[in-house]
Ligand binder design. Sequence first.
Ligand code: GRF
Length: 197
Amino acid sequence: MKNIVILISGGGSNMAAIVRASQKEDWASRYGARVAAVISNKGTASGLVFGKEQGLDTHVLDHKTYADREAFDAALAEVINRYDTPQAPVLVVLAGFMRILTAGFVEKYAGRLVNIHPSLLPAFGGLHTHQRALDAGCKFAGATVHLVTPELDHGPILEQAVVPVLPGDTAETLSARVLTQEHRIYPRAVAALLSNK
Ligand code: GRF
């Protein structure tokens, strides 16, 4: 059984969408895969509640308690590796995980580390994507699922979804419109990876 480990920092709605898709589409029989664990770098992340309700292993690694990025990433890898065996390589899914990972960590999970970013990459990597899209006068916005490479918000694109920017949009209304699309494309991209498409 392949293990999916999902990393979150907050609400975890993308994580929940992936968990629900894995149940509805029976990823266990279809791909021999299951969501095994949720890891958060914040103890207050509300997504942890959903994870527990679903009977998933939940782990909190508070980044503030580690000396530096390397120490945090080493601790993160130690937890992830509990779900990683040669027969069942782990798939690491970043879902609203708001920490920059070191190149060493990224290279360890190369090809099996994915992220969702709320913009049409390569436009608007980094933070405040919706406000920046509005400020730039974009007529369209969206989200991107991509494989993670050491450079932030780069890496091969697996899925994208486009939404219109509507008159009167604020960062909040645009973000909500994009998020509904994230919930559609992220599970689909993960399923495609599991089926080696
Ligand atoms: C999503 O828009 C994600 O793309 C971004 O942060 C938001 C997290 O949402 N990085 P959630 O935690 O999945 O609800």
